[in-house]
Write a protein that binds this ligand. Structure first.
Ligand code: FAD
Length: 410
């Protein structure tokens, strides 16, 4: 690669947010010179991993080659970004080469910090220890569910922030449903051990979720932080308010602690506290560097970190970044929309859709889908409609139901 090439727009990360934003920008300005820095050969539809762990999808339907989702006009730089020099509009890549930009968009996702739980990494994928948070492990969740007949199954959730805060319990409900179906649930003690103090952060969805906690006879244990796992001994240790507790398990579904990508946290772009890209929660523009934006899980905004949020954010970053490229102020605001389709049983979903401060933001009128109740139509949305919209709409710059409202000049 030539040293120090320049592009009008450089995007770091070719995940959901990076590809969707590039596609949205190119739809508006087809001649735009966009480069995406992305080392991975694969692109994943991560919301599908819950369905893989629940035996509904086969893992390969959630994975496509990066080449196949990269917008045709984008220059794909196949390596990792290493450091940022925003004062000189430059990014240094892992091989030491640099690239400069007019606009920088950081979409590098969130880092899964498996190493923060002692003993976990070496036992993942064996000894009954699994996680839907990795493509290669989600099928093992379903294998364990199918084989378990009795004993103790623990589902853990770490402290916030995590991507898709509902995913730890989605894994549990689908497992319970399968066990109930096979008539073995009565012989399995199911525990949900959550580092947080509530089952779910938005209260309107709690009654429906609690009905399932009761139906499946789940022991709900709050303020429990998983600190270590001994795979061969099949024990997990949690830090609790009373001290430490070590418990035996037959199946353990772990959701790892999650942090800002290290190279972002170490950079001048980072929010001092969280390490995520320090952006304005409405315009998604960097608070110190006006030609830098953040989108998706890598951003510091206090929304639910979901692909649904990305679907709404990407067009907003697209119009605001294009305005910045033209020397104009931001033209659209993000309302914090995110969505978490809680798979409470195979065939029914509680469709949590909400924005900043837990404000309910349903996409459909209540008579079509009441998001606070388990609904078959919501399952159809998750299992059929949303994956199709993801691959054919969102990643291609189609902004169905999420076209930004552009402010007109005063
Ligand atoms: P990602 O899609 O993770 O992409 C980040 C990209 O950055 C990756 O391609 C990575 O390779 C790249 N990258 C990393 N480091 C560098 C670097 N140094 N240089 C260049 N590139 C780099 N969302 C929903 O809306 N609904 C759901 O039901 C749902 N369920 C989920 C269930 C599970 C089990 C999981 C794991 C996630 C779920 N999500 C769900 C969340 C959703 O998948 C994420 O919020 C979404 O993928 C975020 O997109 P992103 O582009 O910010 O990050």
């Amino acid at each position: 690669m030539a040293q120090n090439p320049t592009h009008e727009v450089v995007i770091i990360g070719g995940g959901s947010a990076g590809i969707a934003t590039a596609a949205s920008m190119l739809k508006r300005r087809p001649a735009l010179d966009v480069a995406i820095v992305e080392p991975s050969e694969h692109h994943y539809y991560q919301p599908g991993w819950t369905m893989v762990g629940g035996g509904v999808f086969d893992a390969p339907v959630t994975c496509r080659s990066m080449a196949s989702v990269m917008p045709r006009k984008v220059r794909w730089i196949r390596q990792a970004a290493a450091t940022f020099q925003p004062e000189s509009n430059r990014v240094t890549l892992a091989d030491g080469s640099t690239v400069t930009y007019g606009i920088l968009i950081v979409a590098a996702g969130i880092r899964l910090a498996w190493e923060k739980i002692e003993g976990l990494e070496e036992t993942l994928g064996k000894n009954g220890v699994t996680s839907n948070y990795r493509y290669d492990l989600a099928p093992y969740t379903w294998e364990l569910v199918q084989n378990l007949k009795s004993g103790r199954a623990i589902f853990s959730q770490p402290a916030m922030p995590i991507k898709c805060a509902g995913a730890p319990q989605k894994a549990m409900y689908l497992s319970c449903d399968a066990w109930m179906d096979r008539g073995v649930l009565g012989d399995i003690d199911v525990e949900f051990r959550n580092a947080g103090g509530v089952l779910f952060g938005v209260k309107e969805f709690l009654p429906a979720l609690m009905e399932y906690v009761e139906k499946y006879r789940i022991a709900l244990k709050l303020n429990q932080n998983l600190v270590s796992v001994d795979g061969p001994a099949k024990t997990a240790t949690f830090k609790t308010e009373a001290g430490e507790e070590t418990v035996e398990f037959d199946m353990l579904h772990v959701v790892p602690p999650q942090v800002a990508p290290q190279f972002v946290a170490d950079s001048p772009l980072a929010d001092a506290q969280s390490g995520f890209v320090d952006i304005d929660k409405f315009t998604l523009r960097h608070v110190r560097y006006p030609n830098v934006f953040g989108v998706g899980d890598a951003g510091s905004t206090p929304n639910a970190k979901t692909a649904a949020a990305v679907r709404k954010q990407a067009p907003i970053v697209a119009v605001n970044a294009l305005a910045a490229l033209d020397g104009k102020p931001p033209v659209a605001d993000y309302d914090g929309y995110g969505s978490c389709p809680l798979t409470v049983e195979r065939g029914r979903i509680v469709l949590a859709e909400f924005g900043y401060d837990g404000k309910l933001l349903p996409s459909f009128p209540k008579w079509v889908i009441d998001g606070t109740r388990p609904r078959k139509l919501s399952w159809l949305l998750k299992s059929e409609v949303l994956p199709w919209i993801y691959w054919n709409g969102m990643l291609k710059g189609h902004e169905w139901l999420v076209r930004p409202q552009v402010k007109t000049a005063a």
